[in-house]
Design a protein around this ligand. Sequence first.
Ligand code: FEO
Length: 408
Amino acid sequence: MKAVEIKKDIYWVGAVDWAVRDFHGYITPRGTTYNNYLIMDDEITLLDTVKYDFADITIKNIKSVVDPSKIRHVVINHIENDHATSIDRIMNLTPKATVYMTEKGRKGLERFFDMSEWDIKIVKTGDTLKIGRRTLLFLETPMLHWPDSMMTYIKEEKLLISQDAFGQHIASAVRFDDEFVTCESMSELEDAVVDYYANILMPFGQLIKTKIADIQKLGLEIEMIAPDHGIIWRANPQKVLQMYMDMANGKANLSVSVIYDTMWHSTEYMTLPIIQGIKDEGVDCKVIKLRATPMSVAIKEFWKSRGCLIGTPTLNNLMFPSVAELMAHLRGLRPKNRIMGAFGSFGWGGGAVKEAYEEFKKMGQEIFEPGLQVLYRPSAEDEAKCYEFGREFAKKVKDYHKKFEKEG
Ligand code: FEO
C-alpha cells in the first residue's frame, strides 16, 4: 500500500499486515495495520513508526512523499513493539530529528535502543509543538494501555492521532470508515472495535471515561480520529467515541454467551437444553465451544452479552484447561457489570463448577447460583434440569439488565 493523504499534506505512511494471525497471543483473523502519519509542514513531523518487520515499507512510503532526512520531529505516542521498533531505522535516516515522548516512554524505550545520541524532548499533557502552520498538542493517556501512552492532537486540523485507542485489527485495502462501510459494512467495523476493546482495553473503562471527559473539558473539536491500527474515522468519529463511552459504562446486549468445552460431549449435551431454556425466555444467545474458537473471539462474545454461562467438565477435580485459560484472561481483564453462572459434567469427585464460581467471585461479578452439575451423561431428567437452569438464568439476566439500564 502506498502513502495516502488523509488531510491536506498529512499522509498515512504505515503498513498493512495481511498475514498476522497471532498478535502476542491475540488471534487476529483479519490481520492488522500499523498506522503512522507524516505531516508536511514547515518542520516535517512523523507521528509514530511501525513494527520492525515493516520498517522498509514505512520508509518507502515516507520516501514517496519526502526525503526522510528532512524529518525534523518524530513523535512516539506509544513504545509497544508494534509501533516503536523501527524507530532506530528512522533515526538512522534523520539523526538530527528531535524525538518527543513521555517520561515513561523514554524509560521504556531505552531498554530497547541506545538513545544516547538522540535529541529527546519529554512532553506531558498540555505541551504543544508549533511545526509551522500547525500546532501539535500532547495528551498523556497513561495505562491506555501502557504507562507511556499518549495521544497527539493537531489543533488546526481537529485531528486526533489516538495510538491504540479507537483502533481495530483489520487489514484492509481501504483506509477510512466511509470506504470500509461501502466495501464491507458498519457492523463488521463495530465488531472489530468491540473485539479490540474487549481484549485490550476492558480493564481501563474508568480511565477511558476520564480521558474522554478531559478531551471534552479542553474543548477539543474532533473531525477525524486516526488510530495506530486499522481504519481511520473521518466520516463518523463520534461513532467510535460513543461506542467507547458505552463500553466504558458497562453497556451490553440483553443476551447470553454460553462458553463451554467438553471431553466426551456430556457438557456439550447439557448446553442444548440450556440454550433452549434461554431462548424460550426470549433472550438471545451466542454459543462458543472453546477448543473450536480463538480465545480472543470468546472474550469478545463474553463482553458483548450481559450474561455468561460457563460450561466445564471436571478434569482432575478442576476446570477443564481451556476454561481455566479463559478464566485467567477474564480475571486480568477485570470485566464489570456481567452476570455469570456455571454448569458441567463430572465423573466422580467433581470440582470444576465449584472452581468456576470461585473465579467469578474473584472477578467480582454478579453470580447466578447454584451451578448445575451432572454425573457423566445427562439423563432425560437432567436435561429437564438443564432447561430450567437456562430459563432461570435468562430471567436473572433480564432482571439484572433492566436494573443496570435504569441505575447504571
Ligand atoms: Fe498496538 Fe499497545 O500496541
